[in-house]
Write a protein that binds this ligand. Structure first.
Ligand code: G3H
Length: 478
């Protein structure tokens, strides 16, 4: 009906003075579903100024009160799960059940963060000087954790709510202000989530949500002198941000090419179930998706047959029907995925299913006999396409995994725990899962990528710590 959703600043909903909007295209219908405000640089300046003022007062608000507000926001978020999930279905074509799960998981994450924050921010350290050579016991050092200031949170389209709150909640409990720039696809879900924080009663200006075109406000936000920390999840943009950002701490979760190494003694039914879940959930649009299978040649035929049978059972269609495979987020994404598939075809990969596409909907494809000269062996499709590379030794698998520019997660399947641990040690990734597909959760586990997969570590505890600084007070005795 032409409504343009307002952005959130200084405790209220506002129209941009630009008079312009950004369209959110429904990946399924490929028609404009919603519109959001195209905010201006001037509006960014105002939000930054308000955040700075609000943060000072917030940092002085007792920790237990900050936690209380977060618990309230978590409860409201869960109450609003249906309308927020509806936005996720329309904006990013997330299957309806997964969309509800994302919101519930987000509520749980916010509550857990409040609890964890109360514990870890409620204690500091006490040190004495005489343990270091040459010192008497004449200096006492007291440390505490203080907030960084204004945190800029930039989540990706695939979890516009969950990967927003995983930045917002740690920032707030630690006494920081938040400026959120949601992804365009998912912006309305994010605005609705922010509405839940608004209803919880956070002070004016402490939280704001700026929508708009990356080309107009992206660099302006990330290079803004009012920003004291950037927490970003997404793709290559993160590399560009890290080069342009000033001297502020960065928390980055970027791409992945998570390998699944399958040994000869593995439980192949377990492996097949994990490959299908890990490779094809949300149509492969997860940074932690299984993105390459490295299987020992002697068990490859059996495994491929098992996976093939499961892929055939995946339902393909609209997210409203809760299908397993739904349209990928945009036409350009579908075109990119198709490019990888065509390259593999030209170079002789075996197609376990026929390649099929209608609009942004791509049917799931398992590609067998993939070789290292194919792009799909290295690149991240972010779609329902999974390559299988047959290996003749475990070392070959580890070598392929480590030759990647990414290093997010990986997994190994074997019944031999000693081998599993040795392989885990050898894999250059932030996490290795033994006998399960890669995954970020449970959300209090550390989550981090090596190489081009990221900077810093996440997970609830690490994020709270990352969004604070240590402050010392030294008492010098006479
Ligand atoms: O897309 C990146 C997410 O951090 C992955 O989260 O493992 O819960 O799907 P997930």
């Amino acid at each position: 009906d032409g409504e343009i959703f307002k952005y959130y600043a200084d405790g209220g909903w506002r129209k941009s003075s630009s008079g312009k909007s950004v369209a959110i295209v429904n990946p399924t219908t490929r028609k404009t579903q919603y519109k959001v405000q195209a905010c201006t640089q001037e509006e960014v300046n105002k939000v930054m100024e308000a955040a700075k003022v609000a943060q000072k007062a917030w940092a002085r608000t007792p920790l237990w009160k900050r936690a209380e507000l977060l618990h309230r926001a978590a409860a409201i978020l869960k109450e609003h799960k249906a309308p927020i999930a509806e936005c996720l279905v329309k904006e990013i074509a997330k299957p309806s059940k997964d969309a509800v799960t994302e919101v519930v998981r987000s509520g749980d994450l916010v509550s857990y963060t409040a609890e964890e924050g109360v514990r870890i921010l409620g204690e500091g350290k006490f040190l004495v000087s005489d343990s270091f050579p040459g010192n008497e016991r004449s200096k006492y050092c007291l440390t505490s954790k203080i907030p960084l200031g204004v945190i800029l949170a930039i989540p990706p389209f695939n979890y516009p709510v969950n990967l927003a709150v995983s930045k917002i909640a740690p920032a707030l409990i630690a006494g920081n202000a938040i400026v959120l720039k949601p992804p365009t696809q998912g912006a309305v879900a994010a605005l609705h989530m922010v509405h839940c924080f608004h209803l919880a009663g956070f002070p004016k200006g402490l939280i704001s949500c700026i929508t708009g075109k990356g080309s107009e406000i992206g660099d302006f936000l990330t290079m803004h002198p009012g920003v004291n920390c950037i927490s970003f999840t997404g793709g290559d943009t993160g590399v560009a941000i890290s080069k342009k950002a000033g001297m502020v701490p960065l928390q980055m979760e970027l791409g992945g090419k998570d390998a699944c190494i399958v040994l000869e003694d593995a439980d192949l039914d377990l492996v097949a179930a994990n490959i299908v879940k890990g490779g094809f959930s949300y149509s492969g649009q997860r940074c932690t998706a299984v993105k390459v299978v490295l299987v020992m040649e002697s068990v490859a035929d059996v495994l491929v047959e098992k996976v093939k049978a499961k892929v055939a059972k995946l339902s393909v269609g609209p997210p409203e029907d809760d299908c397993d495979i739904t349209p990928v987020v945009s036409e350009s994404s579908a075109n990119f995925i198709e490019g990888l598939v065509m390259d593999a075809k030209e170079k002789g990969a075996t197609f376990c299913q026929e390649y099929k596409r209608e609009g942004n909907l791509i049917w799931p494809v398992l590609l067998d006999h993939v070789r290292p000269d194919m792009r799909i062996a290295w690149e991240e499709p972010f779609g329902p396409v999974l390559p299988v590379i047959r290996i003749s030794s475990v070392d070959e698998g580890i070598h392929h995994c480590n030759a990647s520019n990414f290093g997010l997660q990986g997994c190994v399947f074997t019944r031999d725990i000693n081998k599993a641990i040795m392989i885990s040690d050898a894999m250059e990734t932030g996490t290795v899962q033994i006998n399960s597909a890669p995954a970020r959760g449970p959300d209090h586990f550390p989550f981090q990528g090596l190489k081009d997969s990221g900077i810093g570590s996440q997970g609830i505890t690490n994020s709270i710590n990352m969004m604070t600084k240590i402050k010392s007070t030294v008492i010098n005795l006479p």
